[in-house]
Unconditional design. Structure first.
Length: 349
């Protein structure tokens, strides 16, 4: 995967991570850690604004912010004397931490926000990508469905059957509460299951969804193989996976590397204290805490070809906050987003 960012970013990253490791060795410093989290929230929010300023090169401005971050970490130990206690640590274990994290994030939406911010978003994506015909009277499965937003957005397009699986019980409980309240008469179910061993029927489903899940897993290929197993021959797969190589990915990744061994409850509480929208709390909670496996179009096509999928076409996110390369006219796209959002349609062969 090609890296499109200035080499100065990687030099700063190395200096920051080394300095941070040494700065917190002595423990304590709850105040210091919270100051750092707040600054990373600021950097991520500012970076987002700059990245979505069309035809503007944000490199110089963001480099300045990352340089200041290094200065802050260089002096952060000075705040420990004001702290009333130590901060809690955690050992970052990829799937274990993600399972805990996303169960916290998905359940924060009110039903009104869920309808407006989640279902409406995916309904629009179905329409603009002209895939209604792949849904009507079809059997649909969502691998890593979270609180069920993508699957429930399909109900208006009249699928025959919908099944969502996720390893987060709290997320599945949320999905089932919404389903019982609004879609009790529809053939839709949500189950606590593993994406590696779904216990679903072989060659059964017409359409599968993997929407921003497998790039967080230990065994991505194993999960795709399970999707392949449950899909009928000729069945379709919607894939959303993270690209990489741009400034946006660098800032998120750096934040996660700095904060990965700090108790995630501290991070989420600091984000909540900012009184941001639920959507923004979700994206910051994700970006500052979750680890992503980045790829590009060539890489994901090669991966899925080996498993038994044929690439059909790239899809459009359809919103100003999406960054899908074929649909962007920003001349600084690669520098900002690298290979960008990868929303893709595949077919089982």
């Amino acid at each position: 995967m090609k890296n499109y960012i200035n080499k100065k970013f990687k030099v700063l990253e190395k200096k920051i991570l080394n300095k941070f490791k040494n700065s917190i060795k002595g423990g304590g410093g709850g105040v210091s850690v919270r100051i750092l989290i707040n600054h990373l929230i600021y950097i991520n929010l500012k970076t987002e604004k700059l990245l979505f300023t069309k035809n503007f090169n944000p490199e110089k401005e963001i480099l300045k912010d990352i340089s200041y971050l290094y200065s802050l970490i260089n002096n952060i130990h000075n705040f420990k004397e004001f702290s009333s206690g130590k901060f809690k640590r955690q050992k970052f274990i990829l799937e274990k931490n993600h399972k805990t994290l996303f169960q916290k994030l998905w359940i924060n939406y009110t039903f009104e926000e869920y309808k407006k911010e989640r279902l409406d978003r995916f309904e629009k994506r179905i329409l603009i990508n002209k895939i209604k015909g792949l849904i009507k009277n079809k059997k649909i499965v969502d691998f890593g469905c979270g609180h069920g937003n993508f699957l429930m957005s399909m109900i208006k397009f009249k699928p025959k059957e919908c099944v969502g699986i996720d390893y987060g019980k709290n997320s599945i409980d949320y999905a089932n509460k919404y389903r019982k309240k609004f879609y009790s008469k529809q053939n839709i179910s949500f189950l606590v299951r593993s994406v590696y061993r779904s216990k679903l029927k072989k060659n059964y489903f017409d359409f599968a969804i993997q929407n921003g899940v497998f790039h967080h897993l230990d065994y991505e290929n194993k999960a795709y193989a399970e999707v392949h197993r449950v899909l009928k021959s000729g069945g379709y797969l919607w894939v959303y996976t993270d690209g990489g190589g741009g400034i946006r990915d660098f800032v998120f990744d750096l934040s996660q590397k700095i904060l990965k061994n700090i108790d995630n409850n501290i991070i989420q509480n600091q984000i909540s204290s900012m009184q941001l929208s639920t959507n923004k709390q979700y994206h910051l909670g994700d970006g500052l805490s979750a680890r992503y496996r980045h790829t590009d179009l060539k890489g994901i096509k090669a991966k899925l070809k080996k498993i038994g999928f044929k690439y059909i076409r790239q899809l459009n996110g359809g919103f100003i906050t999406d960054f899908d390369y074929p649909y962007s006219k920003d001349k600084y796209f690669r520098k900002k987003f690298g290979s960008g959002d990868l929303r893709l349609l595949f077919k089982k062969i």
